[in-house]
Design a protein around this ligand. Structure first.
Ligand code: NAD
Length: 441
């Protein structure tokens, strides 16, 4: 089979590379010439564990190509995926201008039957808009070419994207014809061999599934953060409560970790978009509105603890920050809680020295030279008045606390991810604050 992936970002590049890995002929297309030039030289636009090696292997085998030429790539492919961004518009709804521009381009250039698949996260009704856009472009050039649209939302997690794609919990595909179903089943067959299910459904249900999934996950996070804040007030320990509830199979152990709020390119925008879709259709997503407002509040919790600890006198203090990306194993800084925390620290008159194993170049785009970027986690601690753990990279999980203590000016840790043992740090003379546990000052 021959496929085209339009949009070579986190999703497009992983999707294209994984399809190439099982022997499919893939062209990844992007409008960003520099991105494509870099990919031709083996330079990836993103950090994703294992991806660089997999890209170069498949390029060498001739199964994976990169291009800016949509017209050429689209001509004889069986399936074209649209994997461009769908950022939130000013009103919170998903901005479909990139998706529809690609649909137009496909209509202007396709030569024979193909299935056009939206992989981007798009609201219910988008596949119908994609179909209309392609029909219009075909009509304009007087072409009578049959095609199908399909919806195939992506569930990969940054940081574990390859594994998620190669061994998916499930593949969801929305189709409106048997022919499209057959093509999509054939395309995904190599990924289904070990019992990974493919779930076919109508297109609107597939489009909604992605939003419902992300919104459910965001709900778990905000719920747990709400519980954590109450635990702290009441003198309960959220770490114990988490274990207590997680052992109930109906609740499960995943996504119930308290922290500093969800971020990234998906949860914030998808929650907003679903709230907006409901509003536009006369319905109010009350739970999701609360999920969003708890999350906004949660991004300030760590800073508030810092401020309280130092009695509101933060001017001139030196803060060390460990972790900048919105979660470990990615360089994605979109909507990262670190940005909110750092902005507050700087506004309060602190200086900030940060270290992140991979996200510092990306962070520089938003933070510029307002902070100092350290060469490693220990360099960030030199003369620091406090350490804030913002992203739970494995590198930070078990540092040598004696070295930490020696390097810092004041032995104070604010753990936004609850990765340390309060008793151990107390013994070593640290003041330790985490989320959802009342700590002594
Ligand atoms: P991204 O910003 O990393 O990549 C999008 C790419 O599309 C960019 O490289 C951009 O240059 C390119 N592009 C824009 N317009 C184009 C056009 N007309 N022709 C060709 N290329 C074009 O975005 P992403 O994180 O990969 O997300 C893409 C979609 O997938 C979004 O809808 C997102 O919600 C969804 N999604 C993302 C993730 C994730 O973890 N990042 C997971 C699941 C779903």
């Amino acid at each position: 089979m021959k496929i085209a992936i339009v949009g070579t970002g986190y999703v497009g590049l992983v999707t294209g590379t994984c399809f190439a890995e099982v022997g499919i002929d893939v062209t990844c297309i992007d409008i960003d010439q520099k991105k494509i030039d870099n990919l031709h030289q083996g330079i990836l636009p993103i950090y994703e564990p294992g991806l660089e090696e997999m890209v170069s292997r498949n390029v060498e085998k001739g199964r994976l190509q990169f291009s800016t030429n949509l017209a050429e790539a689209i001509q004889d492919c069986d399936v074209a995926f649209i994997a461009v961004g769908t950022p939130p518009g000013e009103d919170g709804s998903a901005d479909l201008k990139y998706v529809l521009a690609v649909a137009r381009g496909i209509g202007e250039n396709m030569k024979s039957y193909g299935v056009i698949v939206t992989k981007s996260t798009v609201p219910v009704g988008t596949a119908a808009k994609v179909r209309a856009e392609i029909e219009q472009a075909l009509a304009k050039r007087g072409a009578d070419i049959e095609f199908d649209v399909a919806s195939n939302p992506e569930f990969l997690k940054e940081g574990a994207a390859i594994d998620d794609f190669l061994k998916p919990d499930r593949i969801v595909v929305g189709v409106a014809s048997e022919r499209a179903e057959e093509v999509m089943r054939r395309l995904y067959k190599p990924f289904l061999l070990n019992g990974h299910p493919i779930i076919f459904m109508d297109i609107p249900s597939a489009e909604m599934t992605k939003y419902a999934a992300n919104s459910m996950l965001a709900t778990k996070i905000s719920f747990m953060n709400d519980v954590a804040n109450l635990c702290e007030i009441m003198g309960a320990d959220v770490n114990k409560v988490r274990q207590g509830i997680g052992s109930d199979a109906r609740i499960g152990t995943k996504f119930i970790y308290p922290g500093i709020g969800y971020g990234g390119s998906c949860f914030p925008k998808d929650v907003k978009a679903l709230i907006k879709t409901a509003q536009e259709n006369g319905y109010k997503m009350q739970v999701l509105q609360a999920v969003e407002s708890v999350n906004e509040q949660q991004k300030s919790v760590l800073f508030d603890k810092v401020s309280r600890h130092f009695g509101g006198e933060l001017r001139g203090l030196k803060m060390a920050v460990w972790g900048l990306s919105f979660k470990p194993k990615t360089d994605d800084m979109r909507e990262a809680p670190s940005l909110v925390i750092i902005e507050k620290l700087l506004a309060a008159g602190c200086t900030v020295t940060a270290y992140d194993p991979v996200a510092m170049p990306e962070a520089r785009h938003s933070l510029g030279d307002s902070i100092v970027y350290a060469k490693d986690e220990f360099a960030a601690l030199i003369d620091a008045d406090a350490l804030l753990v913002v992203t739970e990279w494995p590198d930070f999980r078990a540092p040598n606390f004696e070295v930490v203590a020696r390097l810092m000016k004041q032995k104070v840790i604010f753990d936004g991810r609850n990765i340390y043992e309060a008793s151990e740090l107390k013994e070593l003379g640290f003041a330790y604050h985490c989320i959802g546990v009342r700590t002594e000052h």
